[in-house]
Design a protein around this ligand. Structure first.
Ligand code: AHG
Ligand code: MN
Ligand code: MN
Length: 353
């Protein structure tokens, strides 16, 4: 009898049906308009990830995929062809979507408006289209980072001042890691979840739910080539690590890959400021803040060294911040070295205080 039919509910079939868009709706426990919006937004981001993964997988075989464009971006960095391709992919997937009024990325000096989506699409997408682009030409891992924020102002004049808010304002954040498999990790502020792209289905399938960080881990991830450019406090921390057993240095030069290892295994990633560039290299709105959002959701910690990273209010769209992120005990240890130096300097200026 048809009425009595019960699906066999095989484990494999159920797993394959836990797609990203279904997961978003489950997370929000709603089919309301905001839940539908976020589900559709995540599906578009996933489509961007699939298009970029496809391009990367053929990059040695097709024309004009690798190498530099000859241009520099607003950060003064040389732009690669893959940066431009991936930047355009995100714009393209949100055209005529009714979802996003504005996109802001590392590769564009000002936000890109999609007027036909405004004011219906009251969201902004912030993104780093290709993170770790120095890895592209040597066939190593790269990623994309994204955050979704609500568009609060009526600002359509490209000033985007309503974006200059702290990281708690992120509705969702995540990244896509283009490695041996393509992995998407995201959070809506209700835990951190990872998905693996099944190319035969063209779907991201749930891999791990509610990922939790250990309080301490063995990995430290930092560009030690900058050792003599750092403040003494960071050198003190690295000397501490060198003198203690149980640490492994792991650094790929692509934040998404290095962050993913820390999230999966524990430890700490650092991109501190240098004496000449105290703000460091990484950009707050589309690199550090999205990853800080994920890290806190997984029970870890993210800091500038002196401030909780999610509390930082940027002064401009492309603002940089130092980033210390990972297992809570490991981040606290780095902070303790920074605090120690600050205390010493204060004592030097005002002894006995
Ligand atoms: P992007 O490719 O988006 O400009 O980002 C590069 C970043 C980040 O991925 C990585 O952690 C860092 O630059 C590496 O910098 P160093 O080469 O100075 O170590
Ligand atoms: Mn980057
Ligand atoms: Mn980039």
């Amino acid at each position: 009898m048809v009425d009595d039919y019960q699906p066999a509910q095989t484990h494999a079939l159920d797993r394959d049906c836990t797609t990203l868009s279904r997961h978003v709706l489950q997370q929000l426990q709603s089919f309301g308009p905001e839940a539908q919006d976020l589900s559709a937004l995540m599906s578009r981001i996933a489509l961007a990830g699939k298009l970029i993964a496809r391009r990367l997988s053929r990059s040695g075989l097709v024309e004009d995929a690798l190498g530099f464009t000859g241009r520099t971006n607003v950060q003064g960095e040389e732009v690669k062809k893959m940066d431009v391709f991936a930047n355009d992919v995100f714009i393209s997937v949100f055209q005529q979507s009714g979802l996003v009024c504005r996109l802001a990325s590392e590769e564009m000096e000002k936000p890109y408006y999609i007027p036909e989506n405004c004011p219906i699409g009251r969201y902004t997408l912030l993104y780093d289209p290709i993170d770790g682009s120095s890895n592209v030409d040597i066939n190593l891992n790269v990623g994309s980072i994204f955050a979704i924020r609500r568009q609060t102002g009526e600002d359509l004049d490209q000033a985007a001042s309503d974006l200059l808010q702290n990281g708690h304002e992120q509705l969702a954040a995540g990244y896509i890691l283009y490695g041996p498999t393509t992995v998407l990790v995201y959070s809506l502020g209700r835990g951190v979840h990872s998905f693996t792209l099944d190319p035969s289905l063209g779907e991201f399938i749930l891999a791990a739910e509610n990922i939790r960080m250990p309080e301490h881990g063995p990995n430290y991830s930092v560009n030690e080539g900058n050792f003599w450019q750092w403040e003494e406090s960071i050198r003190d921390y690295i000397r501490y690590v060198h003198r203690h057993e149980g640490y492994s240095l792991r650094y790929s030069g692509a934040l998404v890959g290095d962050f993913h290892r820390i999230l999966m295994q524990g430890g700490v990633f650092l991109y501190p400021g240098t004496v000449k560039k105290p703000e460091g290299k990484l950009r707050l709105l589309y690199e550090s803040a999205p990853l800080a959002f994920l890290m806190e959701q997984a029970g870890g910690r993210a800091s500038t060294g002196t401030e909780r990273l999610l509390d930082v209010v940027p002064g401009e769209l492309h603002q940089r911040t130092p980033l210390i992120i990972g297992s809570s005990e490991d981040v606290e240890l780095v902070e303790s070295f920074i605090q120690e130096r600050i205390r010493e300097q204060t004592d030097l200026v005002a002894p006995g205080r």
